[in-house]
Design a protein around this ligand. Structure first.
Ligand code: PNS
Length: 159
């Protein structure tokens, strides 16, 4: 079975992430979306809230599962005996950041490879950070995130 782990902070999941997950799923039997705890980043949603939103979006597909993790990605991969990391690229800016992470993971465990997919071009500008900024001022984020996430962001900001 071909299995890949797609890690991220997903605070919250955007339509860009959804596109990447679907593209990974087109290439793999099993995609584990891993919501990683990133204490150095202040998050809007709890890890459980982030996980639940992703589960809601993909509840129709048994080939996509969502887990959370507080620790090194390489340790999660070892636990799963899955050494392939999926990542989405929106631009060369992402590539520089992602390449550093891919090399770091490979240095920590030489068996790990990173599989990159390009995000659909019209979704390339979307980021969780911009979603939160627009949402915090009550702006329309319905083109950027799944419906359930629109409501969750509005609720967080009491909009
Ligand atoms: O969505 P993001 O914030 O770009 O995702 C970054 C993430 C969560 C993939 C990265 O920070 C990560 O893997 N965190 C887990 C801890 C870890 O292993 N850090 C070193 C990886 S380079």
């Amino acid at each position: 079975m071909r299995h890949i782990v797609y890690p991220g902070s997903f605070d919250p999941i955007t339509n860009g992430h959804v596109d990447v997950i679907k593209r990974l799923r087109n290439n793999f039997d099993q995609v584990t979306v891993l919501v990683a705890n990133t204490p150095q980043k202040k998050s809007l949603f709890t890890i459980d809230e982030r996980k639940r939103m992703i589960e809601d979006v993909f509840d129709y597909d048994d080939g996509i599962t969502v887990e959370s993790w507080d620790g090194l990605l390489v340790d999660f991969l070892e636990k799963k005996k899955c050494y392939l990391v999926g990542k989405g690229l929106r631009s060369v800016r992402d590539f520089e950041y992602e390449m550093d992470m891919a090399y770091t993971n490979q240095s920590l465990n030489k068996n790990i490879d990173t599989f990159f997919v390009l995000t659909q071009s019209n979704l390339g500008f979307i980021s969780s950070t911009l979603v939160k900024e627009v949402g915090s001022f009550g702006g329309d984020i319905s083109k950027f995130v799944p419906d359930a996430v629109v409501r969750a962001v509005q609720k967080k900001f009491n909009k």
